[in-house]
Design a protein around this ligand. Structure first.
Ligand code: TYD
Length: 209
């Protein structure tokens, strides 16, 4: 049986992940591949309910450990009900954020180590990892301007954390690309949307053959 491929897009807010996820899904679809475009937190009815719990309210609504568990729970639901079945049918999954977001964001406080976040992922989602992960890289000042323009001052519970937090998140993402260059590719997101999509394609050539 043909196994599908799993691609995740990662990065801070305002880096263009959603635009690129759509562009990549369209382009793969035009090549005749079955594509499933999805996002985290969310992607299934249950996980979307958890998304709402996570992203609304004040910064101190959840203890940081609870927050990490909720992201892992949403992901477990997403993997079990949508991602694994689609991969088993031979589809390509394009996912706007996945476990690297938990590793980048939920580790910033220092409350949880990377290995602990991966343990939650092991328990919840049997450690499922993407075949390729793109980190869209923008200087934090550029990304935050774009995110502010998009959200018109109404950013979500995590997006509204301060610039030091978001700088630390971006530094974590860059480190993943250094630690695991086979899976995680850092993409300079200062180029045009079309140029970035071309770059993503160059970086999945091995998965297409
Ligand atoms: P998203 O809607 O993708 O935000 P944006 O479009 O602004 O990038 O993600 C929602 C927020 O949740 C975003 O601030 C990142 C955060 N997040 C985590 O902190 N941990 C996670 O595991 C995931 C998936 C998202």
């Amino acid at each position: 049986m043909i196994e599908g491929r799993f691609i995740s897009l990662e990065g801070g807010e305002g880096t263009g992940k959603s635009t690129q996820a759509k562009a990549l899904a369209n382009a793969l679809g035009k090549r005749g591949l079955a594509v499933c475009l999805t996002r985290e937190p969310g992607g299934t009815p249950g996980a979307e309910i958890i998304r709402e719990l996570l992203l609304t309210g004040g910064d101190d609504k959840w203890d940081l450990r609870t927050e990490a568990l909720l992201f892992a729970a949403a992901r477990a639901e997403h993997c079990a009900k949508l991602i694994r079945p689609a991969l088993a049918r031979g589809e390509w999954i394009i996912c706007d954020r996945f476990v690297d977001s938990s590793r980048a964001y939920q580790s910033v406080s220092g409350e949880l180590r990377d290995a602990e976040i991966m343990q939650l992922h092991q328990v919840g989602s049997k450690g499922l990892m993407p075949d390729r992960t793109f980190v869209l890289d923008l200087p934090e000042t550029v990304a935050s301007k774009r995110a502010t323009a998009r959200d018109r001052g109404d950013s979500d519970r995590i997006g509204s954390r301060d610039s030091d937090y978001h700088r630390a998140v971006m530094a974590n993402f860059r480190q993943f690309a250094i630690d695991d260059p086979k899976r995680v590719r850092l993409i300079d997101a200062r180029h045009s949307a079309e140029a970035i999509t071309d770059k993503l394609f160059e970086n999945i050539d091995d998965l297409l053959s």
